[in-house]
Write a protein that binds this ligand. Structure first.
Ligand SMILES: Cc1cc2nc3c(=O)[nH]c(=O)nc-3n(C[C@H](O)[C@H](O)[C@H](O)COP(=O)(O)O)c2cc1C
Length: 158
């Protein structure tokens, strides 16, 4: 197998904790996808229909600006682990911004998420529809208690 990278978006640390475990277990480089404007607590209030996150996810085509990502490391990878929190059961818009900015069509991409309870399937379905050139593997929802053994079993499907 070639090189691998773990790319992740995390606003309150849950996805980051899982991403760190995946990177350590698979020997991957760990790269954060960071919105240029970080999300504040009120931005993340999903009960407020006037919050930034609500508008981004319910406002049609939105691509929040992100910080530049290490394109050399991504370009050299053959396997990409792509992690994000679920927002309304789908991937937050900065993930779309990232996917619009890179060509991952020659790589295998394994999506993973954290969430309060929702499953990842709807998010992966949407990613497959929006980015059909990518070789998506089935996604996994992980909790911070994920073990190295579980990660190895999942990553062996790359
Ligand atoms: C705007 C917003 C929408 C969310 N929508 C869902 C959801 O639909 N289903 C769910 O189970 N959790 C939902 N959550 C909870 C997050 O997915 C969960 O807290 C996640 O682990 C946060 O990851 P992070 O700490 O890496 O940002 C939502 C959280 C936010 C802020």
């Amino acid at each position: 197998m070639g090189q691998s990278v773990v790319l992740y978006l995390s606003n309150t640390g849950h996805t980051q904790a899982v991403a760190e475990k995946i990177a350590a277990t698979t020997g991957s480089k760990l790269i954060a996808i960071k919105p240029q404007q970080a999300y504040s607590a009120s931005d993340l209030d999903w009960t407020d229909h006037d919050s930034r996150s609500y508008h981004e996810m319910h406002g049609g085509y939105v691509r929040p600006a992100i910080e530049p990502v290490d394109s050399v490391a991504v370009g050299q990878a053959t396997v990409v682990y792509l992690g994000f929190p679920l927002w309304w059961a789908t991937a937050p818009r900065p993930i779309d911004t990232f996917l619009d900015s890179v060509d991952l069509s020659d790589k295998t991409v394994l999506p993973f998420c954290t969430s309060d309870s929702s499953a990842i399937d709807e998010a992966v379905h949407q990613l497959r529809v929006d980015y059909p050139a990518i070789n998506w593997r089935d996604g996994r929802r992980f909790t911070s208690g994920v073990t190295a053994q579980e990660i190895r079993k999942w990553s062996s499907k790359a």
